[in-house]
Design a protein around this ligand. Structure first.
Ligand SMILES: N[C@@H](CCC(=O)N[C@@H](CS)C(=O)NCC(=O)O)C(=O)O
Length: 204
């Protein structure tokens, strides 16, 4: 299978960490999004990375669908629980972390409403910042004093949160989320030490 992506995409990093934790052989195909003929549209008509080309040539997107697919194909070690309630809870964690990443992208790429004068960009950034603050707040509250975001072992919830926190450091280093949420800082410290996080640091 092939993973179509480019350095810097946190959504792709989430997928790469899942691939690494499950030890799934794959080829990384670099996509240059800014080039008009980047090749991504043939795999994903929405023009977004990551996309996964399966063994039979069919493409999959977006990252949440890709990690679900990988879980089904390679169930060991389990990163998404199979029973309904726990599975939905882990997918909620993932949606929360992905939403924080969406807000970081919107601020750091400065493209939201960038053609709107009169404070449009400032309003948008404040709106995105609020999503980040509230999102991290819910992560911290739901993690509490536990070692993992959900359950008793590393899972997709931890991976998605860890990627979002790493992306905070890269794109918005002025925001001191560690001081606001020491339990997230401890979680991140443990995650960042894992070989799967280390090996994908260039894509943080
Ligand atoms: N929800 C999507 C988000 C993917 C996404 O927004 N990727 C960005 C790169 S980090 C992208 O491809 N942007 C190009 C575009 O939106 O045209 C996922 O989880 O895969």
């Amino acid at each position: 299978m092939k993973l179509l992506s480019s350095p810097g995409s946190p959504y792709a990093r989430k997928v790469r960490i899942v691939l690494a934790e499950k030890n799934v052989p794959h080829e990384f195909v670099r996509i240059r999004l800014l080039e008009p003929d980047s090749g991504i549209a043939a795999a994903n008509p929405l023009g977004k990375i990551p996309a996964l080309i399966r063994g039979d040539g069919r493409a999959l997107y977006d990252s949440a669908v890709i990690v679900d697919y990988l879980e089904g194909l390679h169930p060991t070690p389990p990163l998404i629980p199979s029973d309904f309630e726990n599975r939905i809870e882990v997918k909620r964690w993932e949606a929360l972390a992905d939403g924080v990443m969406d807000a970081i992208v919107a601020i750091s790429h400065d493209y939201v409403l960038s053609d709107v004068p009169d404070g449009g960009l400032a309003w948008s950034n404040a709106n995105q910042r609020r999503k980040i603050d509230l999102g991290l707040g819910v992560m911290a509250k739901d993690l509490g004093a536990r070692e993992f975001c959900h359950g008793a072992a590393l899972g997709l919830a931890d991976i998605a949160c860890g990627v979002a926190l790493g992306y905070m450091d890269k794109e918005l280093p002025a925001i001191d989320w560690r001081a606001a949420h020491p339990n997230l800082a401890h979680l991140y410290e443990r995650l960042a030490a894992r070989p799967s996080f280390q090996a994908t640091r260039d894509l943080a």
